[in-house]
Ligand binder design. Sequence first.
Ligand code: ADP
Ligand code: MG
Length: 269
Amino acid sequence: RGGAGKGPRARVICLANQKGGVGKTTTAINLGTALAAIGEKVLLIDLDPQGNASTGLGVGRSDRTVTTYEVLTGQTGLQQAALSTVVPGLDLVASTVDLSGAEIELADEAEPQRQLQKAIAGLPADYDHVLVDCPPSLSLLTINGLVAADAVLVPLQCEFFALEGLSQLLRTVERVRASYNPRLELHGIVLTMFDRRNNLSEQVASDVREHMGDQVYETVIPRNVRLSEAPSHGKPALVYDMKCPGSEAYMQLAREVIRRERAQANKAA
Ligand code: ADP
Ligand code: MG
């Protein structure tokens, strides 16, 4: 695949939740890996100055010479910044702490919210999916992710205040849709760190399903220590331990993501 005759451009999925530690980066890395394993060509853009997605994919600081910062400030294109990773079919645009300074510099641009969107528009049609791993805030960086995206995927940790944060995020999605990006959809909500032995996990999961209906993925990501160990080895869980429950859940999520996209495309046709 790729090159001439290829269908529409890459589908851009933004992983967002202003809460930290809910599984955005873990989902970005492992969903990206699972999609690549299915045969999709994936570009993961690390939009968090903490650079956890970059570390988790084995891209060390010394390899991060051309990063998301240079892309957002218009110094380079995404293709020039894309690095290959330990996963065939999964490329990465890495980030460093420099990115935290970009927020101030972007304020001088004519359309600071559209820097990532413009960069993605210049991307050749080689990729099937672009995943954007957002920082834990609703800052200008996350807004850039939402403005550039076709759809937002929300990792939601199964804990008490989960729904409260979600409504704030959904209001932001609504504002971005109204002001900048009318095609932005909610791709879905994925419940993460689910612990079947914990009643609270069950309770939160059923509350979220009651409020959000079929916008919640059927796939639930279990709490699994392999998922948290893998990044320190610079590998996705799916490479570190393909058979662990976390890896299997992310494979299932990738298939569900693709199913949903096909169903939406059929509806639109
Ligand atoms: P975020 O990007 O939203 O801040 P992370 O994906 O970095 O969240 O996850 C926060 C922490 O929880 C990390 O240490 C990560 O390894 C761990 N973690 C994420 N998902 C799981 C899971 N399903 N089971 C166990 N640990 C997890
Ligand atoms: Mg993160």
